[in-house]
Structure formats: structure tokens, C-alpha cells
Design a protein around this ligand. Structure first.
Ligand code: PMP
Length: 355
């Protein structure tokens, strides 16, 4: 055993690191990124704005201008508080750090894997309540489970990753009412869904909403947003590391997130493309295609490994799941712009002999 293996917490030594596959020269349809970069006409002003960033100084610790920009982009009412993180992953970690060691975090199965990973890092327990065969919440089972296990924190991805559906909002309200846990509605895919819980925050003291700019064109900037009552955000802010939003992210996001129309139009393009890709995939009888409110689509098929290898050999990277997992027969495909979606569709039709 090496020094570090001996030295490290055994539970950390025994887990596998979060794996990001190499994507060099591949068409990246695996990580729900946006295909749209910075519009050409904005690039000179964007560079000017970066030039003015004083990288020899610490960034604005409270990121005040960025706070205002985000509130305007996401229509966050002034009476709510906003906490910014280095990606929403950092905010999930911050919430876990606010728990007592040994507390329970609950979410659903399948859902975003970082809820469980971060629980482990932070000495918390984790339990995922199984979704039914349509990936919906069984309210009875959920409330019983919550009542008996008394979680401290509940994450609900809305829409859910990797399934793409948005759970029934009345069901979610029942869950919020049934528990003393802090309930986090993770709206990472808000731009592709019609529904949000931001307006419900004032009705439930135990509700907060998590968002990110990663799925609307800015994954590289690493910026997550937690929205809650002023009092909730004030307390949670104590756990934030000083200067967690670096100066280049603040400068870039302040510039780029003011382009509301552009961001909105890009989201609309992806929603339209999602409809088209869904229809085309539904014509392939070997596939089961799941409706999505996000910028990706989940599909199920026999021999999924062979399909995945075929796509890979044609330079297309999509998300597959571990052999032991419940999703081992599924692939999750990010929706991109027309040309890239066509490259993917042609390849999958080719595989099934339909071209
Ligand atoms: N929440 C959900 C539901 C996600 O799917 C993801 C990213 N895949 C995140 C949070 C993390 O996003 P970020 O890039 O802001 O860390």
C-alpha cells in the first residue's frame, strides 16, 4: 500500500473518482453542454471586458454586479436571497457541509450522482428512493420513507437528470410539506422546462432552488446559483469560501449573461431540436425514447453497448451507464444544434439499418 493509500480515509480510498471520458475530436453529446459559443459580433467587446479585469486583485467577494445580472436573467424577485457558487456542485457540497455528521441526505434513484458522492465526502448517509418504471415519484412510498428515516436534506432534480422528466409539482409540494428537511429543487435544466419552484420559496420555509449557467452556454465559467429566503441565504453564506467566484468568471458572466435575448433564443432552438430528435428516434422500433423537459433525451435498447461502441467509432460521444446500474440498457444523449443532431441521427439510423 502506498503512503497516501494508508493515510487516506478508507471510504475515500475505496471509491472511484468521478470519471470524465476523453472527448478529443469527438462530437460531444455526453454532458448536456450547450453547442453555442460566444456570438462573433460580441467577441471584441468580450475581450475588452476581460482585458479590464484586474487579475492582480482578489475578485469582489460578494460578486455584487453579478448578483444583479443573475437576478435579471432569471427573474429572481428582490425579496429573495442569492448565493453564488463555483458551479452548482460547490453549492451541493456547501449544503452537505451545513448538516451534522451522520445526517441523512435523500434523493431519488436514478438521479444526479453528485448528491450521493458528496454525501460520502462529507460523512453523511445517503439514500435514493426508487422512481417507478416511468421514472415518476411514488408519493406514498416517498412520504413513508421520509417520515421513517427523517432526512436532513432532500435533493429533487427538476427536471431530473438522467431521465429528463419533470416530476408532478403537486407531488413535490406534498413532499415539501411532509418533512422538516431542507428541500432543494435542483433546476439545472430550468431553461428547457416550463416550470419552476422559485415563486414557491415564499410559501415554504424549508424550500430552496438551485440553478446553474452550465446548461445554457457557460459550463466553462463554473457558476451555480442558490435561491432562498434572505434569512436562509444569510446563514448558508457563512459556509462559502471567500472569493469563490473568480474575477474572470465574474467579468465574463457579467458581460455574457446580459445577452438575455441570445440566451433565450438558443434555449428555444434546443427545445425545438429536442422535439425533432424525439420524433426521429421514436421511429426506430428498437428504441424506447423517454419524453424530456431538459436538453437531453434518454433512450433504452437491447445491446446498448454495441450501439454505444458504434457511435463512438463514428466519433460521437454520448453518456452510457455502468454495467451494474439500473440504467445499463440506456443512453443519455445531449441535444445539440441541427447539424450535430443530424450527424447523430444519421449514425443511429445507420446502425439500425434505416438510412
Ligand atoms: N444538478 C444537476 C441536476 C446536474 O445535472 C448537474 C450537471 N450535470 C449539476 C447540478 C451540476 O452543474 P454545475 O456544472 O453547475 O456544477
Amino acid at each position: 500500500m502506498t503512503f497516501i493509500e494508508q493515510w487516506l480515509r478508507t471510504d475515500i480510498r475505496d471509491i472511484k473518482a468521478y470519471n470524465v471520458p476523453s472527448s478529443k475530436n469527438m462530437l460531444k453529446l455526453d454532458a448536456m453542454e450547450s453547442p453555442f459559443g460566444i456570438p462573433e459580433n460580441l467577441q471584441p467587446d468580450f475581450l475588452d471586458c476581460l482585458k479590464r479585469a484586474q487579475v492582480n486583485r482578489y475578485p469582489d467577494a460578494n460578486a455584487e454586479e453579478l448578483n444583479t445580472t443573475i437576478r435579471s436573467l432569471m427573474d429572481i424577485p428582490n425579496d429573495l436571497g442569492v448565493l453564488l457558487g463555483n458551479g452548482s456542485d460547490e453549492l451541493i457540497q456547501l449544503l452537505a457541509m451545513a448538516c451534522n455528521s451522520g445526517d441523512l441526505i435523500m434523493s431519488f434513484e436514478p438521479s444526479f450522482v453528485m448528491y450521493e458522492m458528496i454525501s460520502k465526502f462529507t460523512h453523511l448517509n445517503y439514500e435514493g428512493i426508487s422512481l417507478n418504471e416511468n421514472f415518476e415519484i411514488d408519493l406514498d412510498i416517498t412520504v413513508k420513507s421520509i417520515t421513517s428515516k427523517k432526512p436532513k436534506l432532500i435533493f429533487i432534480a427538476y427536471p431530473n437528470n438522467p431521465t429528463g422528466n419533470s416530476f408532478d409539482n403537486e407531488v413535490i409540494k406534498e413532499i415539501i410539506k411532509s418533512t422538516d428537511a431542507l428541500v432543494v429543487l435542483d433546476e439545472a435544466y430550468y431553461a428547457y422546462s416550463e416550470k419552476s419552484f422559485i415563486d414557491e420559496i415564499s410559501n415554504f420555509p424549508n424550500l430552496i432552488v438551485l440553478r446553474t449557467i452550465s446548461k445554457i452556454g457557460f459550463a466553462g465559467l463554473r457558476l451555480g446559483i442558490l435561491v432562498g429566503s434572505q434569512g436562509t441565504i444569510e446563514q448558508l453564506n457563512k459556509l462559502r469560501l471567500p472569493y469563490n467566484i473568480n474575477i474572470l468568471t465574474q467579468a465574463s458572466a457579467n458581460f455574457l449573461l446580459k445577452e438575455k435575448k441570445n440566451i433565450h433564443n438558443n434555449a428555444k432552438t434546443i427545445i425545438d431540436e429536442r422535439g425533432r430528435v424525439f420524433k426521429e428516434l421514436s421511429l426506430i422500433s428498437q428504441l424506447t425514447v423517454f419524453p424530456s423537459q431538459a436538453n437531453f433525451i434518454l433512450v433504452k435498447a437491447d445491446n446498448i453497448n454495441s450501439l454505444n461502441e458504434f457511435l463512438k467509432s463514428h466519433g460521437i460521444l454520448v453518456k452510457s451507464f455502468k454495467d451494474g446500474s439500473k440504467l445499463k440498457n440506456f443512453l443519455r444523449i445531449t441535444i445539440s444544434k441541427l447539424q450535430e443532431n443530424n450527424t447523430f441521427l444519421n449514425c443511429i439510423k445507420d446502425y439500425y439499418g434505416k438510412s
